[in-house]
Write a protein that binds this ligand. Structure first.
Ligand SMILES: C[S@@+](CC[C@H](N)C(=O)[O-])C[C@H]1O[C@@H](n2cnc3c(N)ncnc32)[C@H](O)[C@@H]1O
Length: 315
């Protein structure tokens, strides 16, 4: 584990993307570059890879790892909803494969100063990049109702209302600006029975919810899914690994809609809207990692992968 982050479902990703020499591949969430390295190896000698990450420290790390591939690699410090603009600026008609491996990397979780983890005392930041509001800013600004919604929806936290009430009360006296302070406030807000019964740290759900909100993770994914068919060459693949049921639901629904965009009433004998499928979905069920992978890499536990193939005739 030289790079501190093991690529999840690597064999399944390569099977889906089928990298080939001469192809152009995009990794929208480069991280430590594990998937990217494997795609470059599989598309030797001439496959090209464009890697995006919003975190400059991830790009720096991946740059070292991918240096042996020389000019076959370009790295872009941007969010993955910007892929289209960069393909255009490089005069590329599209990509032959686009990968997203969502969420945070092990490196981000393990850097205490990033504020992603309740395991380390640190400023409450949680930004994957260097722009925008920190989690501490967000906790200061949000109305209680909105905070409850975020904790409930993104964290699936059953005690969202209780916790947000506790946080709002606290912030009136002093800002909630460290990971340790947030973790202890959440713990104190939970009923004793729930605190005892939780298998994971009592603040896990709240940290996850705030991270998703700080980084607009669902907004990013929605914008990507709206645009991605236009970024793929005919026959090109889009492959997405998600770790949260909300993300997977979004991916599933969007891919199915691209595969079956017809808006005609079901009782119409033939299609009159003329909307043609943009993709096909070779495996309709989301794929999950095998037991062996999960035992070697517990981060893979909640992974679900889906992929689709751009139709040959561009609609
Ligand atoms: C799970 S890691 C990817 C790991 C990578 N597949 C590997 O093999 O090393 C996710 C990475 O995506 C980045 N990221 C998350 N959301 C992003 C977004 N909207 N745009 C660009 N990068 C993003 C994070 O900064 C992180 O480095």
């Amino acid at each position: 584990m030289k790079y501190g982050h093991q690529p999840v479902m690597l064999a399944e990703v390569l099977k889906a993307l089928q990298p080939r020499s001469g192809g152009t591949y995009v990794d929208g969430t480069l991280g430590a570059g594990g998937h990217a390295e494997a795609v470059l190896e599989a598309s030797s000698p001439n496959g090209r890879l464009i890697g995006f990450d919003r975190d400059q420290s991830a790009l720096d790390l991946a740059a070292g790892r991918l240096a042996p591939f020389g000019e076959r690699v370009s790295l872009i410090p941007a969010t993955y909803d910007q892929i289209g603009i960069h393909l255009q600026s490089q005069a590329l008609s599209g990509a032959d494969g686009i990968l997203l491996d969502l969420g945070v990397s092990s490196m981000q979780l393990d850097q205490p100063q990033r504020g992603f983890s309740f395991r380390h005392e640190a400023p409450l930041d949680m930004r994957m990049g260097s722009q925008g509001e920190t989690a501490a800013d967000l906790l200061m600004r949000l109305k209680q109702k909105e905070l409850t919604r975020i904790l409930g929806r993104y964290g699936e936290e059953p005690f969202a209302r209780r916790i947000s009430a506790r946080l709002v009360k606290e912030r009136a006296d002093s800002p909630i600006d460290t990971t340790a302070k947030l973790a202890s406030l959440v713990e104190a807000a939970l009923p004793a029975k729930a605190r005892r019964q939780r298998k994971r740290h009592p603040a896990t759900r709240v940290f996850q919810a705030l991270r998703i909100a700080v980084n607009d993770e669902l907004g990013q994914l929605e914008r990507f899914l709206d645009e991605v068919p236009g970024w793929l060459n005919p026959g090109g693949m889009v492959c997405i690994i998600s770790y949260h049921s909300l993300e997977d639901r979004l991916v599933k629904k969007s891919l199915r809609q691209m595969a079956d965009p017809c808006t005609c009433p079901p009782d119409l004998p033939i299609c009159a809207c003329g909307k043609k499928p943009l993709v096909s979905i070779p495996i309709r069920k989301g794929q999950v990692p095998g037991r062996a992978e999960i035992s070697l890499n517990p981060r893979a536990r909640s992974a679900r992968m889906r992929y689709a193939v751009r139709t040959k005739a561009l609609a």
